[in-house]
Design a binder for this molecule. Structure first.
Ligand code: NIG
Ligand code: FE
Length: 430
């Protein structure tokens, strides 16, 4: 057992009833402190053996057994649940800097995709890569995320688009899991794009996803979630609904890429199928938001896409979602086309500056919110019994984390009760 002594601990209570409007003239800081479950001068008692948190509360009230812990005391400024990047496409080969050049010269993302490029170029690269190569690239990427404070990383397939290549991608995720100090959450995204050889018979591809890929992925136990890119240039609302329903029959929890480029009716699909999350939402309408709220669908916002595609006028309705009592999560969407970044810290900043989240809302959205987007209750909060995934930061105040962007402030990262990353600033007293 060891104890973390933190000047500020953010416990992230599961109840999000404070999550709605704020009054810019009111007690913004007090509201944020409640939202993150702030405990000043806190003790977090960690049990390495059963990988869980045993106790969290004020330092002076720590239990007798935690007064002189055999594992010592780790001193830090701010401790919070390990970060959860709940939407990435981190298993890919190659890169698309050529497309980046064309886009900035005026070609549109969706136009490149519709003309057989974009995602389909990454598909070519992934099909040529071996499982071992994919696994190695993914491992390197995961360590980048861990250095920021990430302890759970969702990873989607979707650049294979054949049963063999989708399975290869998910096997690379399973293989990488053995080598990294971070949970990888695999998500099947066979319906990411219509492959070139199905361009004039797309219904056959939907059949293939439903009849062959989903059963194969589920049978092999390679994913817990099924996702569909529902938008112009990809899959229609009808196709998405069919695929997600078949996924459910195989115990895959539905999630959806919703209304990123156009209002494709994807938020309503998310509500109808009972999806855990609807992600992107740049063009979602008010009825879609209301339906999501009624069905308890988490809205996942990915502002790196707005920054990277230069679509700063197409922002998702973040405040409307919060006002409708939807839980919101922020994620990187790390992928070689629309968001070539793993920098979840900068996503926090963009969540504040573009989506006008408060620092507390932003930090909550990559812990409690992201856990909910994955339908998980063992992570995303600091409470007795939760998995001991804890990120510690060397900063003067928690709101400093999104404020000072472009570098990691993590000084120690604990995954399943073990310190898996630390810097010289981490102060341990034994
Ligand atoms: O979430 N929009 C669909 N899929 C990814 C982009 C994938 C790619 O361009 O490679 C996204 O933005
Ligand atoms: Fe995505």
């Amino acid at each position: 057992m060891f104890v973390i002594r933190a000047k500020q601990a953010l416990t992230m209570p599961a109840d999000s009833s404070e999550l709605s409007s704020y009054d810019a003239q009111g007690d913004l800081q007090g509201r944020d402190d409640k939202l993150v479950g702030l405990v000043e001068d806190a003790a977090i008692v960690v049990d390495e053996e059963d990988e869980t948190i045993r106790w969290v509360g004020p330092w002076d009230e720590r239990p007798e057994g935690a007064r002189d812990p055999e594992g010592g005391v780790l001193h830090t400024d701010v401790a919070m649940p390990g970060w959860i990047d709940c939407h990435t496409h981190a298993v890919f080969a190659g890169e698309r800097s050529d497309e980046f050049m064309w886009r900035n010269a005026g070609r549109e993302y969706v136009e490149i995709l519709e003309s057989g490029g974009g995602i389909l170029n990454t598909v070519d690269a992934l099909r040529q890569a071996s499982t071992a190569e994919l696994q190695l690239r993914l491992i390197q990427r995961v360590f980048q995320s861990v250095r920021q404070g990430v302890t759970t990383l969702e990873v989607k397939s979707g650049y294979g688009l054949t049963t063999t290549d989708e399975i290869k991608s998910l096997r690379a995720v399973a293989g990488a899991q053995e080598e990294v100090p971070c949970e990888l959450v695999p998500c099947f995204l066979g319906a990411h794009a219509v492959p070139r050889n199905f361009a004039d018979r797309r219904e056959d591809y939907v059949d293939l996803v439903c009849q062959e890929m989903i059963p194969a992925v589920a049978e092999a136990g390679l994913a817990n979630y099924c996702d569909v890119f529902c938008d112009r240039g990809a899959f229609t609302a009808e196709e998405a609904e069919r695929i997600l329903e078949v996924g459910k029959e195989h115990d895959l929890i539905p999630r959806i890429h919703a209304d990123e480029i156009t209002d494709a009716g994807a938020a309503a699909v998310a509500a109808r199928v009972g999806a855990a999350s609807a992600d992107h939402l740049e063009h979602t309408n008010d009825e879609g938001i209301a339906a999501m709220a009624r069905a308890g669908v988490v809205g996942v916002l990915m502002p790196a896409v707005n920054l990277f595609l230069g679509t700063l006028d197409d922002l998702a309705p973040a405040r409307k979602l919060l006002n409708a009592d939807c839980e919101v999560a922020l994620a990187t969407d790390f992928n070689p086309g629309s968001a070539m970044t793993q920098d979840l810290g900068t996503i926090l900043t963009l969540g504040c500056t573009l989506y006008k989240l408060t620092p507390g809302e932003a930090l909550r959205s990559i812990t409690a919110g992201a856990a909910k987007a994955l339908r998980r209750d063992d992570i995303g909060g600091l409470r007795a019994g939760a998995r001991a995934d804890i990120a510690c930061f060397g900063v003067p105040h928690y709101r400093y984390i999104p404020y000072h962007f472009g570098q990691s402030h993590a000084e120690a990262v604990i995954y399943r009760g073990n310190v898996v990353y630390w810097t010289e600033e981490a102060d341990v007293e034994s």
